[in-house]
Design a protein around this ligand. Structure first.
Ligand code: TRP
Length: 492
């Protein structure tokens, strides 16, 4: 390859960074480089098919080769299309999978499934996604910096993975504040207990760090993906906001918004959406999300809308136009593809990369092979279920790790690792000692399946009843207050 071609690449690189005020590329994870490589491979193919000019094809090939070298340096492996970092798999088909393909577990924003009754292999997922494990050292640091006992979701590995959390804590120790961003796709008016997990944890983070919070309700997303009208999606957004508010958020510190309302009302938000759209190619979103040529263009551009709240100047009323406030996103790990894309774009348009805290999934009643889904009534315990419905659902549907007969159970004991009632207790029973005793007694056979289910029922019933009481108190006026763009009680 001759020098002029290299120059061309250099110039292309510079041109692409015209909006940049940051450090350009930043550090890339193996998964990020893998995704870039996949997209670049497609770019080269597309140029060849289109019979583009030789110099253009050569430049694209050079970039591809450079990425391959970077990838090898980073992972010690050769890049193979369809085989993400650390996987020595054979690509199942030639379609790029949304998360980068794996032999068994599927995890993307629309599907979660595994053949393992214990649930998704989260350690493997950390390697595939290129995130970091929330280890004891980080949990201890959060305790030290916040001055509070870590939430049981942290102590028990329910929030198990992160990106850049140490950086957030370093800055916080130097009195540099940050803000929280989370969200919900309002696909129906009934939320289930699993939906509460990120909100319960976000509320705890807000309380211990005393920071602003923005909550995105993606009614636009649900309109694009589901067979629903715009009016229905927006109505679900407002109904879901009531459930979210019932978790106890402080109206002076929290802004909840519907995309269908706020996108049109905030030029600053829309400007960020457009900037993000300019910096992500169709090839990239195909690589990250698995979109195909027959997906509507609304879906293809939607990731920019979920990315925009990660940048503080999308909310000028809260951050007084500042674009440098660090964002921390607590979410379930299936949302990570959106934020891998966001982190890739952030430095190129002059924003800090959002940090992340990832949670595991809340298992379906039938077992941890998939997550609880509102569209399957038997797999879910809804926030509107009566105490009697809760009892019946747990007794009838919760997959048991117990033995078939009492005699066998007493003799061999049960398996809490696959038992859904036990898994739910890890989410909702706060007392560590009591939980450990239940685990031991179940393993030894002293505790029967029916008794374990009864403990879960007695734990869940009051939590859901209290939620219902709190929700009843949320008036339309209160919802409006939370959803009105306004300054919050923080000085930026
Ligand atoms: N896409 C998410 C869903 O379908 C909603 C969402 C938007 C979200 N922004 C978010 C979730 C930020 C977590 C964090 O539920």
């Amino acid at each position: 390859m001759t020098t002029p071609c290299v120059k061309v690449i250099y110039l292309v690189g510079v041109k692409k960074m015209t909006d940049c005020q940051g450090d350009g590329e930043g550090t890339n994870s193996p998964m990020e480089v893998y995704e870039k490589l996949t997209a670049q491979g497609e770019e080269v193919r597309a140029l060849k098919t289109a019979k583009a000019e030789k110099a253009e094809i050569d430049a694209a090939v050079q970039l591809l080769l450079k990425l391959k070298v970077d990838y090898k340096q980073l992972t010690g492996q050769d890049y193979k299309a369809g085989c993400p970092p650390s996987e020595t798999c054979v690509a199942p088909d030639n379609r790029p999978s949304a998360d980068g393909a794996n032999d068994e577990d599927t995890v993307d924003p629309w599907n979660v499934s595994t053949s393992n009754a214990k649930g998704v292999d989260y350690d493997k997922l950390i390697v595939r996604f290129g995130s970091s494990k929330i280890d004891q050292e980080l949990v201890d640091r959060i305790e030290k910096v916040s001055g509070q006992k870590p939430h049981h979701f942290l102590r028990r590995g329910i929030f198990f993975s992160h990106r850049d959390m140490h950086q957030v804590l370093d800055a916080y120790e130097k009195h540099k504040s940050f803000y929280l961003y989370t969200g919900r796709g309002p696909s129906s008016d009934s939320m289930h207990v699993g939906h509460l997990i990120p909100f319960i944890f976000t509320k705890w983070l807000q309380d211990v760090f005393d920071i602003p919070l923005v909550i995105q309700l993606t009614d636009d997303e649900k309109y694009l993906w589901k067979d629903l009208t715009l009016e229905e999606c927006h109505r679900y957004a407002v109904e879901n906001a009531k459930d979210i508010i019932a978790c106890g958020f402080d109206v002076n510190k929290t802004f909840i918004f519907s995309d269908l309302e706020y996108m049109g009302a905030s030029p600053e938000f829309y400007r960020n959406v457009v900037k993000i759209q300019k910096h992500v190619t169709f090839n990239q979103v195909k690589g990250i999300f698995g979109f195909t040529d027959s997906d509507c263009i609304g879906k293809i551009s939607f990731p920019a809308i979920q990315a925009a709240p990660s940048f503080s100047n999308s909310f000028p009323q809260i951050f007084k136009g500042r674009k440098d406030i660090q964002c921390l996103i607590p979410c379930a790990i299936d949302q990570d593809p959106y934020f891998r894309m966001t982190r890739d774009v952030a430095p190129r348009i002059g924003h800090p990369k959002p940090a992340l805290l990832h949670s595991t999934f809340f298992p379906a009643l039938q077992g941890a092979q998939t997550k609880m889904s509102a569209s399957d009534a038997n797999s879910s315990i809804f926030l509107t279920d009566t105490p009697k419905q809760i009892k019946n659902k747990v007794n009838k549907h919760a997959f048991s790790g117990g033995k078939d007969t009492v005699e066998e159970h007493r003799k061999y004991g049960g398996n809490p690792d696959v038992d859904v009632a036990f898994m739910y207790l890890t989410f909702f029973l706060e007392d560590d000692e009591q939980l450990e005793k239940i685990r031991q007694d179940y393993i030894s056979g002293a505790l029967l399946t029916g008794e374990l289910k009864k403990l879960l029922i007695e734990t869940l019933q009051p939590i859901i009843s209290q939620h219902r009481e709190q929700r009843k108190k949320v008036t339309d006026e209160r919802v409006k207050h939370f959803m009105t763009p306004r300054p919050l009680n923080f000085n930026f």
